[in-house]
Write a protein that binds this ligand. Sequence first.
Ligand SMILES: [Zn+2]
Ligand SMILES: [Zn+2]
Length: 352
Amino acid sequence: MASRDPVADLRRIAFLLERANEATYRVKAFRSAAAAVAKTPPDELAERAAAGTLAKLAGVGDVTARCVTESLAGEEPVYLRRLVSTEGSDLPAAATALREALRGDCHVHSDWSDGGSPIEEMALAAAELGHEYFVLTDHSPRLTVARGLTADRLRRQLDHVAKLNELMPDGFRILTGIEVDILEDGSLDQEDELLERLDVVVGSVHSKLRDESPRMTRRMVAALANPHLDILGHMTGRKVSAKGAGDAAHRAARTRPPSTFDLEKVLAAAIENGKAIEINSRPDRLDPPKRMLTVAVEAGCLFSIDTDAHAPGQLDWLEFGCERAALCDVPADRVVNTWTADGLVEWTRSHT
Ligand SMILES: [Zn+2]
Ligand SMILES: [Zn+2]
């Protein structure tokens, strides 16, 4: 039997574990093994597989060594086969249709802030999922716990992304962006000149989440009126479970009730300014709750169904958001990431 690509198999396993929200150390074991195997010449790999010494390579353990041996022998690793067989997705038809209509993701983190993987690893995984684009939205300076990017670091990131885009597979593009903190007075935590340059700006509240309703309402309405903001991220800030909290910013709190604010006023501000409300797909957020989402659909809002991914496997969480969106009858043409990258950027430029 022709041998398989052990690096691809190890990466696929890591992806599926992440997608299933498994512990980070398990995912890491497969990613480090993939890196170690990629560095080892094929002859040496074959010899080690035959002699049973693969696990002596730094970064490779017993479990990963077995996967590599199976892969080299042309068999689908048992570990991989088991993951694939349990992954079965039985999304309702409306959710599947919505998922298929999505061309990208507007909320993605990299290891420049509190994500676990480099931009190129995230981009490669997104391209493999069939995305046409994602918006890179690392955190802003005040969110120090999540290594928020200063203006200088963001400028450097923009140069880096421009170079990466030249190397991306055909039909995939990294759009520039930020998840900018909405400060207490509703202003945004980054220089105007930079916000202006970015393709997409997601704005989120990460502090004083328990503030009283009138102040929180004013804060959100002011942010939505800011011409730079395009998408309001995880609007209630609620946390529904500790699972999936793999990153510093999102691990700080375990569970959390939704913030209180005047929903009608906030939605009216979104509509008046042509901004989108995010449907955050993270299993620990599921934000906004369905009752609010239904009100937003009826009010006529635009939406963005995003993963808020902090690791490659989490890029596939879009279906969780689609499932809830479909339950609340969100129309596909009002979801900004069903649009092409050009269409999306044309929309964000229309209010800057
Ligand atoms: Zn956030
Ligand atoms: Zn985020």
